[in-house]
Design a protein around this ligand. Sequence first.
Ligand code: SF4
Length: 334
Amino acid sequence: MDRIPGDRIEPRVAPGADRGGRAAYAVDPFEPAYLALARSGELERRVELAIAELADCCACPRNCHVDRLAGRAKICHTGRHAIVSSAFAHFGEEDCLRGWNGSGTIFFGLCNLRCVFCQNWDISQQRSGRECTAEEIAGLMLALQDRGCHNINFVTPEHVAPQVIEAVAAAVPLGLRLPIVYNTSAYDALASLRLLDGIVDIYMPDFKFWHRESARRFAKAKDYPERAREAIAEMHRQVGVLRFGPDGLARRGVLVRHLVMPGQSEEAAAILDWLARELSPDTYVNVMDQYRPTFEVGAETRYADIARRPSPTEVAAARARAAAAGLRTDERIR
Ligand code: SF4
């Protein structure tokens, strides 16, 4: 398999090595959901539906109606094939995903949002990486599995959901057996999520904004709050609350992220309360504190109001709100 430019696959951990004397990967009877779809023939049907969707693209809430099969592109600047920026064993994800051999991360290039504070703007807002066919992405997935990664973690997949389905289908006959993680901004189309039903094992949406004005100003998508609520509710309907294997690794369910932003405590509280009320108080939520001003945000810009780190008080308030709502925030998801 060709290594892609920028490929950051890290050195392989020695076989059997782990953090606590536990046996290495693949010892429990977990079966990823997509194998049942493959056996029934439904996975191939999903591929056909998903690729057909590209001819008049509404694969995400932007509803551009361009023919991506003909190579046309609009807001996501992505045509027939997904752009892969990097593929690597990621040790910075949540504990239940990184485990001891890393989360098998495939980072897609470009994005359907325009977050002015994007920490990955060099990947999300400009072309970085190269177009990969479904077979090439399947090859990356198998390479990550061979390295002992615990899952396949598709990052920024919203605008390439059809290509994700196609790649999973191509990887199954090659021997893919890892759970699929869909690591998303939550700006996803319901139609695409329904095509992913039974293919994704773990949804990891980042619920960013509660107010339309914040979403318009900071991500150029004023309908983000409604679309995110619909999308996360659909994810929960498909896979439910996050569950773990006997080794402590995530197996299936929804793991929500919320990045605490400066001056937005009220939005954080609304998001966390909604998750407890509308999904389940058993929902796992990682309340993250790593926001920092970058990209288009700075003290001298029109985004000066978010040109600082969230204060310890703001982070503590969001975490306290999650706890008060009864949400699950234990160390497995940090
Ligand atoms: S994926 Fe979204 S942004 Fe990209 S062309 Fe389709 S509708 Fe537009």
